[in-house]
Design a protein around this ligand. Structure first.
Ligand code: 13P
Length: 253
């Protein structure tokens, strides 16, 4: 098994001071859990404050939730890869379903961002996933195929990429995909990637699951075939639930 990745996507929660206190507390509690890579993805405003905290543990890193693809320019409200790098950000979540659906980000923009993040020597966490209607209509694989083909267009290596499969219907709803659904879909993701990259690269790429991951289902999900870690929303906001998930994952592997 690969080193599991547990990423907490805070979305639009926590002020910079709340975020720093939270990270300090979590780091103290899981400092010895070195078999798991933990990524904190706070809102942009918290990133600069936090960067010093990330000198200590090798298995902790900082992630952002989005970026713009240009280096600089007249893009009101946007943040560049260089700005994130200055905050010691190592990962950038791209193509999250909330960006796709609420802010109407097309695959073409997501692809530009993937290129910029890789060119900036950071790792994109490329999110993909189907809606409930798409699943019910048997379109899951076609949707994932489109999101992967377009999102990774022109990217010739998977070396510095993490994929996060997040079924839209499981995000923030309390509905979790069953282990059978997760392993089947993660396999579909690998099959799609196998058409684009060589087998070894596809075996090595980390595919995270996201969607109502909590302490109660973390063990079962991390042991599910094809799952290399989690992208967690709600349960990453509380010290108890986030550290328990990290502990459960470390104990399960
Ligand atoms: P929840 O864990 O709250 O369902 O959110 C998942 C998510 O969107 C992580 O990016």
């Amino acid at each position: 098994m690969k080193r599991p990745i547990i990423a907490g996507n805070w979305k639009m929660f926590k002020t910079p001071s709340e975020g720093s206190a939270f990270v300090d507390e979590v780091m103290k509690l899981v400092l010895d859990h070195e078999k798991v890579d933990v990524i904190f993805c706070p809102p942009f405003t918290a990133l600069f404050n936090m960067k010093d905290a990330f000198e200590s543990g090798k298995h902790f890193s900082l992630g952002a939730q989005n970026c713009h693809w240009e280096e600089s320019g007249a893009f009101t409200g946007e943040i560049s890869v260089g700005m994130l790098k200055d905050c010691r950000v190592q990962y950038v979540i791209l193509g999250h379903s909330e960006r796709r659906h609420i802010f109407h980000e097309p695959d073409e923009w997501i692809n530009r961002k993937v290129h910029s993040v890789i060119n900036g020597n950071m790792t994109p966490i490329l999110c993909i996933g189907e809606t409930l209607t798409q699943r019910d209509e048997g379109e899951t694989e076609a949707i994932l195929d489109k999101q992967l083909q377009l999102g990774l267009k022109g990217i010739d290596s998977l070396d510095n990429i993490v994929i996060a499969y997040e079924p839209v219907w499981a995000i923030g709803t309390g509905l979790t995909a069953t282990p059978a659904q997760v392993s089947e879909t993660h396999q579909q993701v690998r099959d799609i990637l196998n058409q684009l990259y060589d087998t070894e690269a596809v075996e090595n790429v980390a595919i995270l699951y996201g969607g109502s991951v909590k302490p109660e289902n973390a063990k079962e999900l991390i042991l599910t075939q094809g799952v290399d870690g989690f992208l967690i929303g709600g349960a990453s906001l509380k010290v108890d639930s986030f550290t328990t998930i990290i502990e459960n994952v470390e104990l399960s592997i």
